[in-house]
Design a protein around this ligand. Structure first.
Ligand code: CO8
Length: 260
């Protein structure tokens, strides 16, 4: 895969996608967002990829949001179309069977924070700074931020971030649940790779079913969600990996998953 503003590297069953727009702190323009969608579609469909890490180039930013220069002249209908298109790409990341880990190496703002919230697990460096600063430029979050932030950290903390536009540091993000892990900057990628490798070596079939059970069940009431979980649990037993995983346990040897 060859794109101007992204690097894609595959190491074993782990893919690393690096947003690379250093002159604007990895802010994403609309053409970049479209490329990003293509990359994620391709990786999500690759059976030899068991986990994806998203990160940003350099040490200063994961992604400082949408490209403000490109957005400034938009009219209302164009802005709505941009938001809907990007929301589709973000939803696709959230819904794809492959787990996505966001390795946050600095500023994670606006559309960047909204992207991070679509990922399965967020791991941040100690110097990461989180924010939804849209209010400061006269707009509101448009890539799912008003919805996912409130669901993730609760209404009060979400309102505070969205109404003030102020950034919070990694420790505060950990406290409110906006990141799951915080590590020193020098250890960010090695920790993200360790986590991704640990996921990617498991059965992709079971991981995909677990992701669906968690994500789809989250918006259901508990009874319906548990019934849905039972369906996903049952489906595991249609896989080669379930037979192999249980047989390997009984034979006291490591399982050799084939992700089918
Ligand atoms: N867009 C375009 N350029 C940017 C952006 C951005 N989001 N962020 C930074 N840059 C550029 C700066 O303009 C600057 O360029 P230049 O060197 O040419 O002047 C360069 O990156 C470096 O930035 P700074 O000099 O500002 O670096 P500082 O260390 O002083 O400050 C900050 C870093 C605090 C991150 C600061 O750059 C900043 O506040 N950036 C803007 C952050 C922001 O507001 N993000 C939200 C954008 S809006 C968004 O994401 C909403 C998407 C949903 C829209 C849906 C409807 C269309």
């Amino acid at each position: 895969m060859n794109y101007d503003n992204f690097q894609v590297e595959i190491d074993g069953r782990v893919a690393v996608v690096t947003i690379d727009n250093p002159k604007a702190l990895n802010a994403m323009s609309q053409p970049m967002m479209e490329d990003f969608g293509r990359i994620m579609t391709e990786l999500a469909g690759a059976t030899d990829v068991g986990a994806i890490i998203l990160t940003g180039s350099g040490e200063k930013a994961f992604m400082a949001g949408g490209d403000i220069a490109g957005m400034q002249p938009l009219g209302a209908f164009e802005a709505r179309a941009v938001a809907l298109k990007s929301q589709d790409i973000y939803r696709q990341i959230e819904g794809c069977a492959t787990p996505v880990i966001c390795a946050i190496n600095g500023y994670v703002l606006g559309g960047g924070c909204e992207l991070a919230m679509c990922c399965d697990i967020r791991i941040a460096s100690e110097h990461a700074r989180f924010g939804q600063p849209e209010i400061k430029i006269g707009i509101i979050p448009g890539f799912g931020g008003t919805q996912r932030l409130a669901r993730l950290v609760g209404l009060g903390a979400a309102r505070k971030m969205i109404y003030t536009g102020e950034m919070i540091d990694a420790a505060e993000a950990l406290r409110i649940g906006l990141t799951d892990i915080v590590v020193p900057a020098a250890e960010l990628m090695s920790e993200a790779r360790k986590l991704a490798a640990s996921i990617a070596e498991k059965s992709s079939v079971a991981i995909g079913l677990a992701k669906q059970a968690i994500n789809n069940g989250y918006s259901m009431d508990l009874n319906r969600a548990c019934a849905y979980e039972a369906e996903q649990f049952g489906l595991c037993f249609a896989s080669y990996d379930q037979k192999e995983g249980m047989l390997a346990f009984l034979e006291k040897r490591p399982a050799k998953f084939e992700h089918r």
